[in-house]
Write a protein that binds this ligand. Structure first.
Ligand code: MG
Length: 387
């Protein structure tokens, strides 16, 4: 049998054993529950907006950089490979990965940090929790319920981290953060695949943007090793082909290690089912020690040489200024919000005071693409622009 035909492992998240949806619905006729989740995510407005949301580099810097959309697809690709190799539910993994960044603000982490700062007195802003809010509340696609009404398992995977305070308000979904338990293996894979994807792709994008160069990268052990191997096999290779050959081998190296390490961990603990996976105090999906250390070094390198490069910091600074100005202005004068968002702000203020108004403003800003945020900024503050 090929890997394709093997049945799901007993500890996988089985479709027919889902904990269900918040609003009861009949099972789909021709799809599994998780297929339906994935399809709903793909058809959402928030998913389409990911095209114009930044990872590290702002859209207008160049057409070849990752956006949140291409990042999400790359995460899904890596995670699906791992899931299938471990006989886990590939469709669930795909749904989680495609949804994992739906709540991201414009301008990547700079935008999220700025919005969190603005929301400090109103419960803060966390993109993970916002992704859940998008699929649970904010999407407007169905007559019968708000949001996308996804299964527990997909929502569990979307909620990667959560503060104890927030967890208390999330009912069943928040429980694992209070009991220090784990999510399904599918959710654990989506989490690690995210990290693998952005580390390797930020390196690739950083090279493309000329923030870093090959010579400098030789101080990163995992890069140096793959570079040496590629040069031994293809002595004449250079330019983009050299870079891509190294990056693809780096991804392959860590994915292989993750599959092998996780396979051994599963064989040692033999979880009977997905609930036995959840009851554990530590995740089963992980790198081996050597690769974990290498990955950490790559992360540190990226932090010091890419994310803190002055050109990135300038962009970050501008982005924070845009987000802050938008928040302050809309919060002080909600009548400047487009009608639909003004109404939401009024309703939420009636229900929960200033905190409600702040949350409505944060929802509006978090939903913006980079270019829409810049457009709103100009319409508010540039007298020459039409409002
Ligand atoms: Mg991500």
């Amino acid at each position: 049998m090929t890997v394709d035909q093997l049945p799901l492992a007993p500890y996988a998240a089985h479709d027919e054993r889902t904990r269900g949806r918040r609003h009861a619905e009949a099972s789909p006729a021709f799809r599994t529950e998780f297929q339906r989740d994935r399809d709903r995510i793909i058809h959402s407005n928030a998913f389409r907006r990911l095209v114009y949301k930044t990872q590290v580099f702002v859209n207008h810097e160049g057409d070849l950089y990752r956006t949140r959309l291409t990042h999400s697809i790359e995460v899904a690709q890596i995670a699906r490979t791992i899931a299938r190799a471990l006989r886990l539910n590939e469709t669930l993994v795909e749904a989680i990965c495609l949804a994992h960044d739906l709540g991201h603000t414009p301008f990547g982490h700079a935008g999220q940090d700025a919005l969190n700062e603005c929301m400090k007195e109103y419960g803060g802003f966390e993109h993970n929790l916002q992704s859940l809010r998008v699929v649970d509340e904010l999407e407007e696609r169905y007559a019968a319920f708000p949001g996308l009404n996804l299964t527990f398992e997909t929502r569990e995977g979307i909620l990667k981290h959560c503060s104890v305070n927030n967890a208390r308000q999330l009912g069943e979904l928040g429980e694992r953060f209070l009991k220090r338990e784990q999510p399904s293996l599918e959710a654990q894979i989506a989490n690690v695949a995210d990290e693998i994807a952005y580390n390797n792709h930020d390196l690739d994008d950083g090279l493309r943007a000329e923030l870093i160069d090959l010579k400098d990268l030789m101080q990163v052990p995992i890069f140096e090793r793959e570079h040496r191997e590629v040069m031994a096999l293809y002595p004449g290779v250079n330019g983009r082909r050299l870079v891509h050959e190294i990056v693809r081998r780096m991804i392959n190296h860590v994915v292989t290690d993750l599959i092998q390490t996780t396979t051994s961990a599963i064989q040692r603990s033999v979880p009977a089912d997905v609930d036995a996976v959840r009851a554990r105090s530590r995740p089963l999906v992980s790198f081996g020690d050597a690769v974990a250390a290498e990955h950490l070094e790559l992360k540190r390198y990226l932090r010091d040489h890419v994310y803190r490069h002055y050109r990135v910091l300038r962009m970050t600074n501008k982005a924070q200024q845009v987000v802050r100005s938008l928040f302050e202005t809309f919060f002080a004068r909600p009548e400047l919000l487009p009608t639909e968002h003004h109404q939401a702000a009024n309703q939420m203020e009636t229900a929960s005071g200033e905190t409600g108004r702040a949350r409505a403003v944060a929802d509006y800003i978090a939903g913006m693409t980079d270019r829409y945020a810049i457009g709103e900024y100009e319409r508010l503050f540039d007298p020459a622009k039409r409002s």
